[in-house]
Write a protein that binds this ligand. Structure first.
Ligand code: S6P
Ligand code: ZN
Length: 188
């Protein structure tokens, strides 16, 4: 394999060239937002894009790195801010680096044993996601939240647990400010 490069636009998060672009619409996240009745109501009129990701993959082999930008559009579903689905890595011992490029929000993290952590993201903040911590990005700003992530190419995504149990805390907008609320649907 030879060295290669791509150009990341730090203002809009677009990567050129990229290997894959993922577009996550509200309909792809039906059961991830807390207020499912509000989701269904919005979907009758508008299947909005919640986030997009541009990925540069190298071979899915041990020792290789992949990276991506993720652009989370501003907005709320009911009181809950737009966010990514969130995942654990299939190869659970795989760490990751998150770097804030634009906008503001939180990276929320949790372990399968019930530990929870959150870190604010803003341009220039670099967050280390240790092995075994599931992670989700939440946009609490009124602009696009754009992040850059670097991870092991063979880390993989495990969405199952998050789809079943959610995250321990929800990030709600209250009086125009983010507030962390215990997720009543979460169980250990
Ligand atoms: C991969 C890394 C990111 C996310 C992306 C979308 O390990 O954490 O590239 O895949 O931000 O989030 P999600 O939760 O839908 O995969
Ligand atoms: Zn990850």
């Amino acid at each position: 394999m030879k060295p290669f490069s791509a150009k990341v636009n730090f203002k809009d998060g677009v990567v050129k060239p990229y290997h894959s672009k993922t577009e996550r619409k509200l309909s792809h996240m039906r059961n991830l937002f807390y207020e499912t009745s509000i989701v269904e109501k919005i979907l009758k009129e508008d299947d909005r894009i919640i986030y997009e990701a541009y990925e540069i993959r190298s071979l899915g082999q041990e020792g290789q790195l992949s990276w991506c930008t993720t652009i989370i559009y501003p907005g709320c579903i009911g009181k809950e801010y737009h966010m990514t689905k969130g995942h654990f890595h299939r190869k659970e011992g795989s760490a990751e680096l998150y770097i804030g490029l634009q906008g503001r929000g939180y990276l929320i993290l949790q372990t399968k044993e019930g530990q929870f952590s959150s870190t604010e993201i803003e341009p220039g903040i670099v967050i280390y996601v240790p092995p075994y911590w599931g992670h989700r990005v939440v946009n609490t700003s009124q602009e696009k939240l754009i992040i850059f992530a670097i991870y092991a190419s063979d880390a993989g995504h495990d969405y199952e647990l998050v789809e079943k149990k959610g995250f321990m805390n929800l990030v709600f907008q209250e009086n125009d400010r983010p507030k962390f609320i215990k997720n009543p649907k979460y169980f250990l």
